[in-house]
Unconditional design. Structure first.
Length: 402
């Protein structure tokens, strides 16, 4: 008999621009995470000796983010020395995979309280700087048909007939929704980052562009045409020979933003929550991961979501709200089309990574808490969060309010 896994507390940093001028650039990633661990402990009066494990997603685990940043940050935060920690990498799915792994640990009955989430300082540790055969071995790339994700996004758009105007319209919607969500203070899981003197360094998501217009988006150049011309279009077209060419329709405005940030979710049994004096907010109904075709790469959200729904014994109409990571505009539009989701008012209702940014290792956990906060605000019951991931993978998690 399995034990239900409950979500008790969710907490994240604001998302800072992932560049040297960003508000969080001067904060090493271990302190992004350690400061958030301290904030979680203070918010819940958590006895950290009761926590069985700390599971942290990080997509570029090298340099300042290497050497098991989870364990290091826990020690820096002053958490109980008996608490272990682990760093995992399922590319962009890492933050949600960390939460799902925490739920699996709890459901197994072998652990009762786990903190999970992710961290990424993209301004200090650039994406792809950890190398690897996928990126650096030409024979491996040729064997599996690897192309950069921007080429994959344009490939999806070309195959699905998503025009530049359609993508720009979705990007504008993301910006508008994110701005409204921030004005309405809907991101209740966000905690301000403060300096050593207690002064706020950042208390809002810094990547948003409130003044965005369709005209401004239309003026942006295609972001991935040069990569395509360098040979990656040819690689993709060998996999999809029915296409005459790839239309390069994504821009910086319809792609996810590079940002810094961290996120944490406290997952445990009902008994663990009672010990801590905490009320559960939701339970994790089902999770799923899938592999998908690696050249098109970004189509995993729909099959992962179908698998999670099947495991939960649920239908699409049973889900009140969806969060699908806005890696690129075409990813969300493809997900909606593949799932038969016609109601855009149920998907990414507070904007997404196009407007708010995508701190790779943390994003999945961020989307989970954005979803839960909004379910509570609207007094709805069920939600599904899903992301695509590099190499052709997808992940999904279904939560249900308690």
């Amino acid at each position: 008999m399995t034990t239900d896994a409950y979500i008790y507390t969710t907490l994240r940093t604001p998302r800072g621009k992932g560049r040297a001028t960003g508000a969080l650039h001067n904060v090493p990633p271990v302190y992004l995470l350690a400061d958030l661990l301290r904030a979680l402990q203070a918010r819940t009066a958590l006895d950290t000796a009761l926590v069985d494990d700390l599971v942290i997603g990080c997509v570029t685990p090298i340099g300042e983010q290497g050497a098991n940043i989870a364990r290091t940050a826990a020690l820096v935060a002053g958490w109980d020395a008996d608490l272990p920690g682990m760093q995992i990498n399922r590319f962009c799915a890492s933050g949600l995979e960390a939460v799902n792994l925490a739920a699996a640990k709890v459901r197994s009955g072998w652990e009762s309280l786990v903190v999970a989430g992710g961290v990424e300082s993209m301004s200090r540790v650039p994406i792809g700087s950890d190398g690897g055969a996928l990126m650096e071995d030409a024979s491996v790339a040729a064997q599996i048909g690897f192309v950069p994700q921007g080429i994959s996004a344009d490939l999806i758009a070309t195959r699905e007939g998503f025009t530049r105007a359609v993508l720009d319209a979705y990007a504008l919607l993301s910006q508008q929704r994110a701005v409204q969500a921030q004005l309405d203070k809907r991101f209740v899981s966000m905690a301000p980052m403060v300096d050593a003197d207690g002064n706020a360094m950042l208390d809002f998501d810094e990547h948003m562009r409130p003044q965005t217009t369709l005209e401004a988006l239309a003026a942006l150049p295609p972001a991935f045409a040069a990569l395509g011309a360098a040979g990656y279009d040819a690689v993709a077209l060998r996999k999809y020979p029915s296409l005459a060419a790839i239309e390069h329709v994504h821009t910086a405005g319809s792609s996810s933003g590079i940002v810094d940030g961290a996120a944490l979710v406290l997952v445990g049994t009902r008994a663990a929550g009672e010990t801590l004096g905490l009320q559960p907010r939701a339970r994790i109904r089902a999770t799923a991961v899938v592999g998908d075709e690696p050249t098109i790469m970004l189509t995993g959200p729909a099959p992962a979501s179908r698998r999670a729904l099947q495991r939960a014994g649920m239908e699409l109409d049973d889900i009140d709200l969806f969060e699908c990571n806005e890696a690129f505009a075409a990813v969300v539009l493809k997900f909606m089309r593949a799932m038969g989701l016609d109601d855009v008012d149920k998907v990414n209702v507070n904007g997404g990574a196009i407007a708010l940014g995508h701190p790779l290792g943390a994003t999945g956990a961020v989307l989970l808490m954005t979803l839960l906060d909004e379910l509570e605000r609207r007094d709805l019951n069920t939600g599904l969060v899903t992301l695509c991931a590099g190499g052709g993978m997808g992940i999904a998690t279904i939560i249900e309010r308690v």
